[in-house]
Design a protein around this ligand. Structure first.
Ligand code: FAD
Ligand code: PYC
Length: 417
């Protein structure tokens, strides 16, 4: 009967001048304490809370967000979803996520507009092509769909691309994952928030964590701008600010925080029907359902917390896009923004325990965590609920930076970082 509410509410709201709508999620006052506090109301934090409640029956949960939900990288990213990573550990994790994406709108009863229009990663040098073939074969062995395309096949899918052999960086081929695509980023936050709220999770916006409370080596709660809140367990999912929260707990993470920019154009009629990425020329592009070209590049090389980025990166980015797509040379840009991405030395995340009992971190997704949102929430909920990782995130420990068991995914990251 879930749809009954939507159909009748539309009619009711039409005659009541859109007043007294039922809120999609409540705005409760913080309780004195919770079984689990999740810090960070981005997609990952909200998904964690949702799966804690729906998969593990842990409903006495709060998500603490210092601003508004989805206002961090979840609402700033360019929404590319794919699972074509090189190593088994990451390929399995991202593939779990992709499978969750495939049923997410139904599961949440909320249209996240997941569109499997394919993701193409271009190769411009012989070494690029060797890497693409190696990764594509690895994907095949892991049961992940992947094709290696020749220039004439690329031309059939994206006829407007400049595939001339005389281009400065000629396109020699590409990997193509047809099940990859894009989704509506805000809807992902809102869908998880509404579903978590209906499971009993408290979503506390404008609630900034300012301290991590500990006793005898275990976490006991958090200090916030809305007072002290106790918790048996705390999960931290604050992309861009992981080191800041870690330092509140006396921890150091192997993370650097960099600005990552994106920009969108004025809307155009549908012209680009798949996602195109090129790591070599530092540019990627897709067209949103609204018609805007969504464009991005690699990270700004300096570290910092300003959500802007520098102009030189935009200039180089647009140069690369225009070289690949001369047809876009006179398109006007509408807006530009930046987010802060937390980058680990091996371009893979940290998902698990810390030396402080009951304190868990999920961070370091760098430029590529949006695609992981459902999978990350799913494994993090498991880890927090059981006190030990799921097999899918067992390799993504903090300890790997002292044992040396790194999982280098720089090649598959698609965006230089
Ligand atoms: P966020 O959405 O950033 O959520 C973290 C939340 O924590 C924020 O809302 C923040 O306000 C909150 N917070 C921080 N400190 C505190 C505190 N002290 N107390 C309470 N709350 C706090 N990934 C892809 O897979 N595909 C892409 O195409 C892609 N493109 C990108 C493009 C750009 C420009 C950027 C910036 C990133 C891109 N990413 C992409 C990466 C992706 O956006 C992130 O990895 C992912 O969204 C992280 O989600 P999250 O929920 O962990 O973080
Ligand atoms: O991880 O696919 C990705 C990505 C694309 C743009 C930014 N990140």
């Amino acid at each position: 009967m879930k749809n009954k509410y939507s159909i009748f509410s539309l009619a009711r709201n039409a005659v009541t001048y859109h007043e007294n709508w039922r809120e999609a999620w409540r705005s409760p006052e913080p309780r004195k304490g919770y079984d689990v506090i999740v810090i960070g109301g981005g997609g990952h934090g909200l998904a964690t809370a949702y799966y804690l409640a729906s998969e593990h029956g842990i409903r006495n949960v709060a998500v603490l967000e210092k601003n508004w939900i989805g206002g961090g990288n979840t609402g700033r990213n360019t929404t590319i979803v794919r699972s074509n990573y090189l190593w088994d550990e990451s390929a399995h994790l991202y593939e779990k996520s992709l499978r969750l994406w495939e049923g997410l709108s139904q599961k949440l009863n909320y249209n996240v507009m997941f569109s499997q229009r394919g993701v193409m990663n271009l190769g411009h040098t012989l070494q690029d092509m060797r890497d693409i073939e190696r990764r594509s074969n690895a994907n095949y062995l892991n049961g992940i769909d992947s094709e290696v395309l020749r220039p004439e096949q690329i031309r059939q899918i994206v006829p407007i691309m400049n595939t001339s052999p005389h281009a400065r960086y000629p396109v020699l081929g590409a990997s193509f994952q047809r099940r990859g695509g894009v989704a509506r980023h805000d809807a992902v936050a809102w869908g998880f928030a509404r579903a978590a709220d209906r499971e009993g999770v408290d979503i506390l916006q404008n609630c900034e964590v300012t301290g991590i409370l500990r006793h005898n080596g275990a976490v006991t709660g958090v200090e916030t701008n809305r007072g002290r809140i106790q918790a048996k367990k705390v999960g931290v999912v604050v992309a861009g600010h992981s080191s800041v929260i870690a330092s509140m707990a006396g921890l150091r993470l192997p993370i650097e925080s960099h600005p990552l920019q994106a920009l969108v154009s004025e809307p155009l009629k549908p012209i680009l029907h798949t996602v195109v990425m090129s790591n070599a020329v530092h540019g990627y592009i897709s067209q949103s359902d609204k018609g805007e070209l969504v464009i991005g590049a690699g990270v700004d090389s300096y570290t910092g917390y300003g959500q802007r980025g520098s102009f030189s990166v935009v200039e180089g980015n647009i140069g690369a896009i225009v070289e690949l797509f001369p047809v876009f040379s006179r398109v006007r840009m509408l807006r530009q923004w930046g987010g802060i991405v937390d980058v680990c030395p091996d371009a893979c995340p940290i998902i698990g325990k810390t030396p402080i009992r009951g304190l868990y971190f999920n961070c370091g997704w760098g430029t590529g965590g949006f695609k992981a949102t459902p999978g990350s929430g799913w494994v993090f909920a498991h880890t927090i609920a059981r006190g030990e990782p799921h097999s899918l995130n067992a390799a993504f420990t903090l300890e790997r930076f002292s044992t040396g068991a790194l999982i280098d995914e720089h090649g598959a990251a698609g965006v230089a970082h």
